[in-house]
Design a protein around this ligand. Structure first.
Ligand code: ADP
Ligand code: MG
Length: 412
């Protein structure tokens, strides 16, 4: 790492469309209490492995719907007790839950967005209770009725090292990647997905309980087919929009991707009316009752896959080199961010965890320049701050160490 010296916040208010201006974490992973004042488009966090860089990005990812960029369980996020005791804090903190709050500037206006976890006692069965945790979200100190509403205020897009395997791993990864994209354009998509998952769980539970209630199964299948087709249609529409966008805005450095969906329902929607597809879906669920009862096969209806093609080479992403796969992923991320800017007035914040890995300098700089030109705020992590030296004039650098962040300037 290059030599670093402490400094005060710089007052250079480089214009961005939206940015986190202040971030506060309470009891979040290795931070009992952390407050950062931010004033730059690029926020670069540097530190050794395991110092807590990704944890800060994860905290920001909780400003959107879902379980954050690690798909974490709510209970594993709260600072370990032994660590909390070691850390002094400028404010009194009771250690019962965790919280993240941010002052966000959007087109010159400021708002507060926050999330916290509270535990409450829930009656599970007669005379039996258990303590469960629930995430609550608020904007300008008003509680929102659902997490899904967060997407109306801020879009958070992330790239993590785990996503290097996006094109290699199982289809679940790619489906949730796509679903997050759909959600940033249409917040209702998250509600559809969670409703579907709930219905599916109930359906499976009844089938496995041995106490089969046929009329209730019929009701569930009716609802699942309607929502399932709506999910498929939303995914399909999103893919079409992204493809059109990529086609109309070819990239000079990153390889253009061609996206498609591989799924029974999506294919059927190509040439059949939705009402017909819903009937088909319901009948398929009905026919699956037996197979679920006897050999536990999963519904092939929920096995839709997102297929990505390296357009120019006509090669599927899964057969591309590691570097090419990373470039394709970033190309999709760029297209997603750009098309969001064009079509929605909700700019995004980008969380780029160790994004420079597998990228040569030309690609790395090109990628960061594209973000700079979109005037988006990006949070970057690295083990070597000097890696981002050429973006010095638009970056704020922090050294991550001893469970805290210290602002530094790079000296050359
Ligand atoms: N709930 C928690 N409480 C305290 N520390 C935690 C908690 N969860 C994870 N950690 C710690 O966070 C560290 C990893 O932080 P991370 O942000 O992934 O590091 P990196 O800087 O490599 O990105 C580990 O040392 C881990 O022990
Ligand atoms: Mg990390």
């Amino acid at each position: 790492m290059s030599a670093i010296v402490s400094c005060n916040l710089m007052n250079n208010n480089t214009e961005v469309r939206s940015a986190v201006r202040r971030l506060t974490l309470v009891n979040f992973r290795n931070y009992k209490y952390l407050r950062l004042n931010l004033n730059m488009p690029f926020i670069v966090l540097g530190g050794e492995n395991g110092t807590g860089k990704t944890n800060v990005l994860e905290a920001l990812s909780f400003l959107s719907q879902g379980r954050g960029l690690r798909s974490a369980k709510l209970s594993e996020v709260k600072t370990f007790d032994f660590l909390a005791q070691q850390q002094p804090s400028p404010v009194f903190i009771n250690n019962s839950g965790w919280a993240v709050s941010a002052q966000v500037e959007r087109f010159g206006e400021e708002f507060n967005i926050g999330t916290a976890v509270e535990s409450f006692v829930k009656e599970v069965e007669y005379n039996e209770t258990k303590e469960v945790e629930r995430r609550i979200v608020q904007v300008n100190n008003q509680k929102l009725s659902s997490q899904n509403e967060l997407g109306n205020y801020l879009s958070v897009i992330w790239v993590t090292p785990q996503m290097d395997r996006l094109f290699q791993g199982g289809s679940q990864l790619r489906r949730s990647f796509l679903d997050r994209i759909v959600y940033t354009f249409d917040v209702e998509h998250a509600r559809r997905i969670s409703s579907y998952d709930n219905l599916y769980k109930q359906w499976l539970q009844i089938l496995k309980s041995g106490n089969i209630n046929t009329s209730w199964l019929n009701v569930l299948e009716e609802q699942m087919s309607a929502i399932g087709v709506a999910i498929a249609a939303a995914r399909k529409e999103q893919i079409q929009k992204l493809n059109t966008f990529i086609e109309q805005n070819p990239d000079d450095i990153f390889p253009d991707a061609l996206l498609s969906l591989d799924g029974t329902i999506e294919k059927m929607l190509d040439n059949k009316p939705a009402i017909y597809v819903e009937d088909f879906y319901r009948e398929s669920l009905f026919n699956q009752r037996r197979s679920i009862l006897f050999n536990d096969t999963n519904s092939n209806l929920s096995k839709t896959d997102l297929c990505v093609l390296y357009k120019k080479k006509n090669v599927p992403a899964s057969l591309c080199s590691t570097g090419e796969q990373k470039a394709l992923l970033l190309s999709i991320i760029l297209a997603h961010s750009r098309s969001l800017l064009y079509t929605k007035s909700i700019p995004s914040i980008l969380l780029l965890d160790e994004v420079a890995a597998h990228l040569d300098d030309i690609k790395k700089n090109a990628f960061l320049n594209k973000i700079k030109h979109m005037r988006l705020q990006a949070w970057l992590t690295t083990t070597d701050l000097s890696e981002f030296a050429s973006f010095n004039n638009i970056s704020q650098f922090f050294e991550v160490k001893n469970n805290t962040l210290r602002e530094v300037t790079l000296s050359f």
